[in-house]
Ligand binder design. Structure first.
Ligand code: GUN
Length: 282
């Protein structure tokens, strides 16, 4: 079998096109706060502004120097929280070494109403209730769910195995798929018989950041494989999945790059629009 390629760019463009009209009506503004010059962050931030441009959303880049103090960063967040012209904002992660240990405190400072990344406890907590309350869901899980929906892959009744239990991908993604009727197993680096579990998945989603970790013996014939991992290697950007081998066994597979990534960005842009809508209703 040769797998159908789940082209993430096509799915993301469909999502962006679907919100264009509302963006034009409501005129939201997204602000990206970046501290320092991590090359991977530079690339991600460029993608975010490109997607804003595609839908005609206003955006601003607040690029702070690497030596920015926690107080200065907190001051920027407070200013964005109280600026009525700012609909949503994000603080690009990772922060420079001197600030990274304070990331939880930084995220806590973001007004949940403007939390376009869906990283705050309030927005993560609402995801637990039901699909109806997924107002500002975390952008990467939301991007995965959109990809599945775009390619008409239902999670209902399926056994989904997720590799990775992070607060911004694995855990909330598990909850969002439970909300959609899936039976979900979440694995971590200590999981026993991981190969057996992953080989039982109807939908296998990897979000661990280990290049080519998922080999064909870990995949059931005909499974759907979604690769959230992205690592910089000597061969360029590489996903968690050994694409060449696994694509011979799976029924559908998302590539890296050009898979989940563009859908994360499109979901972030959609979140900013939703934030604006909800602010105008209050
Ligand atoms: N770094 C890598 N991905 C992301 C993301 O989705 N949001 C933020 N804020 N930082 C990131």
């Amino acid at each position: 079998m040769s797998a159908k390629i789940l082209d993430g760019k096509i799915a993301a463009e469909a999502l962006l096109d679907s919100i264009k009209e509302d963006v034009q009506k409501l005129d939201p503004k997204l602000v990206v706060v970046q501290v320092g010059d991590n090359p991977a962050s530079d690339a991600y931030v460029r993608q975010k502004f490109k997607s804003c441009e595609r839908v005609g959303m206003r955006s601003e880049h607040i690029h702070l120097p690497v030596e920015t103090t926690l107080d200065e960063l907190m001051g920027t967040i407070e200013r964005l929280n109280s600026d009525d012209d700012v609909s949503g904002f994000i603080v690009q992660m990772p922060l420079p070494d001197a600030l990274q240990a304070h990331a939880p405190q930084v995220i806590r400072a973001i007004d949940p109403k403007k939390d376009a990344d869906g990283f705050t406890a309030y927005n993560l907590g609402k995801v637990f209730l039901s699909t109806e309350f997924e107002h500002l869901p975390p952008a990467t899980p939301s991007g995965v769910v959109h990809m599945l929906e775009h390619y008409e892959i239902s999670a209902e009744g399926k056994h989904v195995v997720i590799l990775g239990r992070s607060n911004i991908v694995g855990k909330p993604l598990a909850v969002m798929l439970i909300n959609r009727g899936a039976t979900v197993t979440v694995c971590n680096s200590k999981t026993k018989n991981l190969k057996e579990l992953s080989a039982g998945a109807d939908i296998l989603i990897s979000a661990i950041g280990k290049p080519k970790f998922v080999t064909e013996d870990m995949v059931k014939e005909g499974a759907v494989v979604i690769d959230v991992g992205i690592s910089r290697t000597d061969d360029g950007l590489t996903g968690d999945v050994d694409f060449d081998l696994v694509s011979k066994k799976a029924s559908a597979i998302s590539p890296v790059p050009g898979g989940v990534g563009p859908n994360t960005v499109a979901s972030l842009v959609r979140n900013c629009l939703i934030a604006k809508k909800r602010q105008s209703e209050n």
